[in-house]
Design a protein around this ligand. Structure first.
Ligand code: 48N
Length: 300
């Protein structure tokens, strides 16, 4: 019997006094519908491996589910609903560095005019003139994440690392990035403890890499371009200068080699531009820019 997906998310109103009460009974008689353990496993296996099979060929792969990668996904998913967008995130928890504002403090600063995206998401904020403050960075990231994951053309594969790039030579002899090489992150981090843990692949005409500037695999694609000889050397992120850093990342978001777009802090590592510290407007604006660049390339 194929379960009919329920879209009704209105709270279960039972005959108790609280309209948000979902427990029918508080007197020790609460019952679940009966289930076989195999049904739970098969429900997950069928969907997960169907997704892997179906997304082995994607239209756009976004590497890194931080604020830049997720904003890019949000824009592409809304403006190009026909595209198969696959997000690969190495951590179990997506969101990257956007769960806190800075120095482990929770408020998140977003400089204008990037605050316009908060109004598109419906995230409340306090206006401080040149910038706005979201009361908790997790409010921004969880709202963005929930809206990205609700989009029918988006798939998130978390706890999955991109551990190499697929690089083809086109008919002119030009090297083109044509996809990513993936493995479960725990496998990718343990290649030196086991042998022959070969990876998997996802091919796509466009890869948007937003793997950030630090963390266990930060700036992954930028470093791989250097080791693969497609980029001479890493620019390495420069010292903090908010007023130079944020416009540079937004204005320089681009296709750095055919098929590969850099955005967010990975771009600062590739180009050697300044860092901006705990202000997130450039992550939003560069993610939007990356979505536009990807869209234009796909239409060309
Ligand atoms: O949040 P991040 O690190 O990266 P961005 O560019 O989205 O946002 C950067 C921002 O949080 C800052 O660093 C702020 C503005 N600070 C600036 C400063 O000056 O200090 O997200 C990157 C994501 C993470 O979730 C990683 O786990 C993931 O990318 N990731 C990968 N996922 C799959 N495969 C990989 N090889 C990989 N490497 C990183």
């Amino acid at each position: 019997m194929t379960p009919v997906p329920t879209t009704d998310t209105s709270p279960v109103v039972s005959n108790t006094t609280h309209k948000y009460d979902v427990l029918e009974d508080y007197d020790g008689h609460y019952r679940f519908a009966p289930i076989e353990e195999s049904q739970v496993s098969r429900a997950m296996i069928k969907r997960y491996f169907n997704t892997m099979y179906e997304r082995a060929i994607s239209d756009v792969v976004i590497v890194g589910a931080g604020s830049a990668g997720l904003t890019c996904a949000w824009y592409l998913a809304h403006t190009r609903p026909e595209l198969k967008i696959t997000i690969i995130e190495a951590n179990v928890a997506p969101g990257g560095g956007a769960w806190l504002g800075g120095q482990l403090m929770s408020p998140m600063v977003i400089r204008k005019p990037a605050d316009g995206f908060l109004r598109q998401l419906g995230v409340p904020y306090e206006d401080e003139g040149a910038f706005v403050v979201v009361k908790h960075a997790a409010l921004f990231t969880s709202t963005l994440l929930s809206q990205v994951l609700a989009m029918p053309n988006v798939v998130l594969m978390n706890a999955t690392a991109v551990e190499d790039l697929i690089i083809h030579q086109d008919f002119r002899g030009l090297q083109r990035v044509a996809g990513v090489v993936t493995n479960w992150t725990l496998v990718a981090l343990n290649h030196d403890t086991q042998s022959c843990m070969d990876p998997n692949t996802i091919t796509a005409p466009i890869i948007v890499s937003a793997t950030g500037h630090d963390g266990p695999m930060g700036a992954f694609s930028a470093k791989r371009l250097v080791s693969a000889g497609l980029t001479k050397e890493l620019g390495n992120m420069r010292g903090l200068d908010m007023n130079r850093a944020e416009p540079a990342i937004v204005n320089n978001t681009r296709e750095v080699v055919p098929g590969l777009i850099f955005t967010g802090m990975e771009l600062s590592e590739h180009d050697g531009s300044n860092r901006m510290g705990p202000t997130f407007g450039a992550m939003i604006a560069s993610g939007i820019k990356a979505a536009h660049v990807a869209s234009k390339i796909l239409d060309s």
